[in-house]
Design a protein around this ligand. Sequence first.
Ligand code: SF4
Length: 92
Amino acid sequence: MFRNSFADAAVHPAFRARQRGFAGLGPVCRSCVRSRVCGGGLYAHRYAPAADPVFSAPSVYCDDLAVLVDHIGARLRRDVAELTAPRGKASR
Ligand code: SF4
């Protein structure tokens, strides 16, 4: 912080690795149907010493993220169906 500029930090490999988006995910996350929503979870939660690169594993909270993403998706589909249904036809 005292010796380097923001520009120096921005080109550091560890900094750049976090900005790769979908391309920065590991093979499990890239093939996951939830990856466009989940994004592999928080970068730090993808750490696995045996992975290469070490932040390419699925999130340690993968199971929870899957439940959350599925729940939100189901709720959104239901609410959108209700909001777009002809009046008097929607049900909860
Ligand atoms: S962390 Fe789990 S739910 Fe999220 S993209 Fe990766 S495999 Fe899918």
